[in-house]
Design a protein around this ligand. Sequence first.
Ligand code: MSP
Length: 648
Amino acid sequence: MSSRSPDDVFYLTTPIYYINGPPHLGHAYTTIVADTMARYRRLAGDDVFFLTGTDEHGDKIAQAAAKAGEAPLALADRNSKAFRDQWAALGITYDDFIRTTEPRHARLVQAILKNLFERDQIYFGKYGGQYCFGCERFYTEKEIVDGKCPDHQTPVIYIEEENYFFRMSAYQDWLRGYLEDHPDVVQPERFRNELLGFLREPLQDLSISRPKSRLQWGIPLPFDDRFVTYVWFDALLNYVSALGEPGSDLVRRYWPHVRHLIGKDILKPHGIYWPCMLKAAGLLRDEASGGVSLPGFARLRVHGFWTLGGGKISKSVGNVVEALALTRKYGNDAFRYFVLREMPFGQDASFSEEALVDRLNADLANDLGNLVSRATTMLVNFGPQAAGATPAPELPDQEIRDRAAETSSAVAQAMDEFAFQRALVEIWSFIGGLNRYIDASQPWTLAKDPGKRARLATVLVTLADALRYLGIVLEPFLPEAAARIRATIEDTRRPALANAVMGRTDELGRVRRLSGLFPRVDVKAAPAGSPPGGAPSEGPTARITIDEFKRLDLRVAEIVAAEVVPKSKKLLKLTVRLGEEPRTLVAGIAEHYRPEALVGRKVVVVANLEPATLMGVTSNGMVLAGSAGEALALVALDRDLPSGAKVR
Ligand code: MSP
C-alpha cells in the first residue's frame, strides 16, 4: 500500500451529537463514514482510536427538557442511550463514547478554563450582539441574512450581557498563516477557503460563559460559579477529555494523529474556535502530548449535507428520522453502501428511497450478489471435477490478479482522501471484470470436457481467490456481506489488507453455495409503506445464463396413481411415468386437488432434482405449479405430447 500516509496511528472523531432529538440520517451518515474509515485503517493494520459521543449541555437541551417536563439529565440519559442503541444496531465499531455530562469531561474542561484564566487568556467583559438560540452563538452583521440566522431561518435576537471572553482575536494572524501554509489541514479545499474567508474579517473574542440567571445546564466556571461554560467551548474539548488528561498515555499516543470528521454546518467552531483554543491552551505544543511532535493543528475532514430528494417511492421518506429507519427495511449494508456511494465526500447529495433501491438492485443484487452466487455455485458443482488438476494461469487469470493489486492501491489512495465514492467505484470495476471473466471462461463448458480439467481448475482457483480478496476488501464498506463471503469459503482468519493479495495459493478450499446475498427488491412489489423487512422473501431474482437454465431437466410426465400421504394435510404421493420410467414424487397440492382427479393427467416435472424425503416418502423430482396467494394451478400442456418429452 505504497500510497498510504505513513501514519500507523489513527485517531478519528465524529461530532458529538445534540441529544434534544433522536438520531437521524445526518448523524448516521457521519458516523457510518467514520466507521468505514476506522475499519479500513484497522484492516490496514493501524492502531486506531475511533471516538463518538453526545453533546448534552446548553440551551437547546435545557429547552427540550423543559418542554418535555423532565430534568435535563433524565432527557440526556434517555436520548444518549438512543444514540448508543442506534450505533449498536448499525454495527458501529467505536472505541469510546463520550458524554459531556461525565465527570472525566467536566474535569478537563474546568482544568483548561482555569489554566486559560490564570494565564489571562480569559477576561471578564460586556458584550451585546445578535444571538441565535438555535446555534447558541452570536452572529456578526455580515453573517445575518434578512435579520435571520442563515442556518435556522429564525430571527436573531439582540442580547447584551456580562460574560467571560476568550482572547480569540489574538490568534487571527497565526491561524490565517497556518491555514495558508498547510493545505492539508482542512479538506476538501473549498472549506479551507471558507475559513480563510472568515479570517479576512476581524476575529472577535469569544464569549465562553453563560450567566446562570439565563441558563443553569452546563459546566460551572471554576473561577466564578455565577456562570456556566458556553456549550461549544465545553463540547469541543471532548476530543481531548475522552483520551484523558494532557500527558496521559492515550493523549500521548493518539492526540498527535487526530482527524475530526464533521459536517459543513459546524465548520466555524471547528476551524476557528478550536485551533485558537488549542493554541492558547498549549495543546498544540509538544509538551501537551508528552514530547510527541504534534501536527500543529487538528485536521478537519468536512462533508456536505443530505437533502431529501423527490422520486416516486421516496414519498414515504418525509424526514431524516424516517430516512434512517430504512436501514431496517433494506439492511445495514445496503444503507451504508448507498450513502457512501451516492455522496461525493464534501458535496451535498439528495437522499431518496428510490435511489437507494436502484443502487441495491444494480450494484448489490446484480453485480456483487450475482457474482458471489455464480462463483460459489460453480465452485460447488465443478470443484470435484477439477480436484487434483494443477492450475496453470494464463493471461485472463493473470489479468484478474493484476486488477486486484491495482484496485487495492486505488482504494488506498481514495481512502487517504476520504473519497469513499471513488473507493467503491474501483471495487465495483473489479467486480464487473470478474463477471466478464466468468462469461468469457465458461466453466460450465470446460466442465463437460475431461481434457480441460487443468483449465477448469485454474478458473475455479482464480474465482475462489477473488472471493477471498473481496471478503477482505469489502469489510469496511459492507461488513455483514463481507463476513458472509469469508464464511462461505471458510476463510476464518481475521481480515487484513496484508492478505488481500491474489495468487498466493493454488488450492481449492471448501466452499458453500451463497445465493441471495442481496435479494433484489421488486419496486412494484415493495412500494412505499410496505412493512420493515419488506424485501421479498422469495429470494433473489438474479439473472441466470441460458447454460444455467439448460441444467434443469424438465419433462412431461403422466400421473398414473395418486394418494394422500398419511398424517399430512398438504402432501400427495404421485406415481408418474417419464416415458417408460416410473417415478415417485411428493407434491404439496393436497389442498387444491383430489387424488382421484389427477390420475391420467399430464404435468411438467423437474426430473433431475436431488431426491428428498418428505413425511417418510422419498420424492424423485418436482411437479411444476403456479401460485398466487391462495390459488394454485398445475402447469399443463395445451396440446398432447408423449410422456418423457423434454420441456425447455
Ligand atoms: N453538538 C454539535 C457538535 C459538537 S462537536 C464538538 C452538533 N450536533 S448535531 O447533533 O447538530 O450534529 C451535527 C452533525 O450531524 C453535522 O456536523 C453532521 O455531521 C451531521 N448532520 C446533521 N444533519 C446532516 C445532514 N442533513 N446531512 C449530513 N450530515 C448532517 O452540531
